[in-house]
Design a protein around this ligand. Sequence first.
Ligand SMILES: Nc1ncnc2c1ncn2[C@@H]1O[C@H](COP(=O)(O)OP(=O)(O)OP(=O)(O)O)[C@@H](O)[C@H]1O
Length: 363
Amino acid sequence: MFLALDQVGIRYPGTAASRAAVDGVSLGLAPGKIGVLIGPSGCGKTSLLRAIAGLEKLHAGRIAIDGETLADAETGLHQPPEKRRVGMVFQDYALFPHLSVADNIAFGLRHLKRDVAQARIAEVLDLVGLAHAAKRAPHQLSGGQQQRVALARALAPSPRLLLLDEPFSSLDVDLREKLSQELRAILHESGTTALFVTHDQAEAFAVGDVVGVMHQGRLEQWDEAYTVYHRPTTRFVADFIGHGVFTSARIIEGANGPLVQTPMGELSDATECPLPSAYPQGECELLLRADDIVHDDDAPVKARIERKIFRGAEFLYTLRLASGELLLAHVPSHHDHQLGEWIGIRASVDHVVTFPRLSRAAD
Ligand SMILES: Nc1ncnc2c1ncn2[C@@H]1O[C@H](COP(=O)(O)OP(=O)(O)OP(=O)(O)O)[C@@H](O)[C@H]1O
C-alpha cells in the first residue's frame, strides 16, 4: 500500500492514559486513491491527519509512505513535516491576502527556477479551472474559488500525499457538493493520493474511493464506500452512516435458505443473509434503513406517520407500526401524507445487516 498506517496511537500530554485521541488505527491506501475519514466530533480524525503530516508525534505504531517509514513510536523515528512531501489543505484557506493568486501558489515553489515555477503555477491553475485568475488578489475571488486556489497551492509542489481537513466546511451546501465532485475529478486527473476528513456523509461518499468510520479514536471500518453503506461491520457504523433503525428480528431456516422474520413480516428476497446459527435461536437485530422501506398502498402492513421532513425529491417519514416499533422511510415527495395517517409499507432489503441483540443493561 502507498500509505500504510500500522497500529497508530496518539495521546496528548496531560490526558488520562485511557483517553488516547487515536488508538490502534491501521489502514492502507493504494496510490492515486482518495480515502475519507468520517466520524463524530472528537473521534480523532484531525489528530490522525496531523500525525501523518508530522505535526503530532506517535505514541504507538508506524506510518509509512511508498515503503519509507516516516514515523515509528518504537524506534522514536519522527521525520519533520517539511521532509515528508505531504501537502495539507485546511478549512480556512489561509491564503496570503497581499499576494496574487499566482504568488500564493509560487510560495511553495521557491526552490524551483523561475520559469519552471511559472509553468507549474499555470499547470495547477488550469487543473483547478482558475487559469484566468492568476493575477487577482484572494479577496477578489469567491469562497469556493479561494478554496480551489488553496488546493492548487497544495498540489503545486507535487506532494506524495495530500491531506485535506474539512476543506469545504465553511462553504454553503450547494457549493460544497459541487466542489467535492470537482475535487474528486482534480485529484484523479492529477493522480494524487489523498486523505480527506469530513463530518458530512454525502461529501464522504461523493469524494472517497475508500471510506473510514472513526469512533472514540478507533477506526471501526475501512472499506469501499459501497461496502461501508451496505455491509457495515459494526453497530456504530450501521447507526452512523445513513438513516436507519434497529428492529428485533429472527433468522429461521426456510425451504430455499434462511428467512428473516421481522415486525413487518418475512423478508425472503434478500440476496445475502446470515444463517440462523449465527445468533442464539436466530434472535438478532436487523438494520432497516430509510431506503429499505417502500411505501405501497396495497401492502398489508400499515404504519402511522409520526414525523416527516421534506427533502425536496422525497420525505423522510418516521413511522410507527401497530406493534410499537419505529421505522424510517424515504418516500417520493409527491406522496404527501398527513401526520397521524396510516400508510401501507413493505420492506425491500437487499443486504441483510444484523447484529447480536443488545441487552438493555448494555444500552
Ligand atoms: N492539542 C490537544 N491537546 C489535548 N487534547 C487534544 C488536542 N487536540 C485534540 N485533543 C483531543 O483529542 C481527541 C480527538 O480530537 P480531534 O481533533 O483529533 O478529533 P476530530 O475527530 O478531528 O474532531 P472534530 O471533527 O471536532 O475536529 C478529542 O478528545 C480532543 O479533545
